[in-house]
Design a protein around this ligand. Sequence first.
Ligand code: FES
Length: 329
Amino acid sequence: MISVKLYNGKTFSSEPGTSLLDSAKAAGITLEYSCRTGRCGVCKTTVLSGDTEALKGESSLTADELAAGMILTCCRQALSNVELDAEDIGALGDIVVKTLPCRIDTITRLAENVVEVVLRVPPTSKLHYLPGQYLDVIGEGGLRRSYSIANAQRADGKLELQIREVEQGSMSQYWFGSAKPNDLLRLEGPLGTFCLRDKSASTLVFLATGTGIAPVKAILEQLLSTPKLAEGKNIRIYWGGRTAADIYWTPQLDGLSASFIPVLSRASADWQGRTGYVQAALLDDAIDLAQAVVYACGSEDMIHSAREALTVAGLPVKHFYSDAFVSSN
Ligand code: FES
């Protein structure tokens, strides 16, 4: 039997032909992940000892990272006993992934190309999740797309999604064409490991682009409803869009020590706020990144450049959490 050891001492066994991520999951251990397809880079880690082999393409690893012994746990199997520079996420250990029927409760237009879809699940099968996680919606013909849950757990169990129109996107044609209240769908979730971590850092930074604000909204609701999580923390929320019309939501931050900073990349002349990219805006603010934890959600480009620029500027690598929206048509 092949054994995999994490740097916090936990171990699990690995089956040939099964990814390290799935082997861990089978043993009740949750490692960092999001896309499960090699594209987002969230499951990236370093092999400290032992041999592994790729089961599929690791497209989000650079040549330098490969040379440095980095792997994607969603793409690799162990060939020998292995030690990884990764740890499990204890808080996610009790979360059960379910497939449930659901119905559309409401559909509301938030912006020209964004709708809010609220789903309701049968009252007896509420979904338990951590704010920041995502779910897959399964539509007609098995068509499946991933969406972050945009709310913290509600008493009525409803789940809010923010959905951006994708040109030529098969699921978009449904959401922006024929979807209506009471339509029956299925969902699978909760998925992913994007959630608030128990870090002692004094500054919490959220970086979002587009509908990447959805999981940030969920986490902010969690902070508002559990004030001790935000105690002594300075919170900064940077939300990037192209134009002012992309800033379709304003957070309620009463009771939090928080700043909301919209950043536009194609601002019109009358825009009074910040311009450029969210990661550059954060760097311009010259906060002490050594004391910060950054949660980034949105486009792959933003996540990759933010991770690089911020770690160079002093953010500890393990204080950068991300959920990249990997696009599909
Ligand atoms: S690259 Fe492995 S979870 Fe996304």
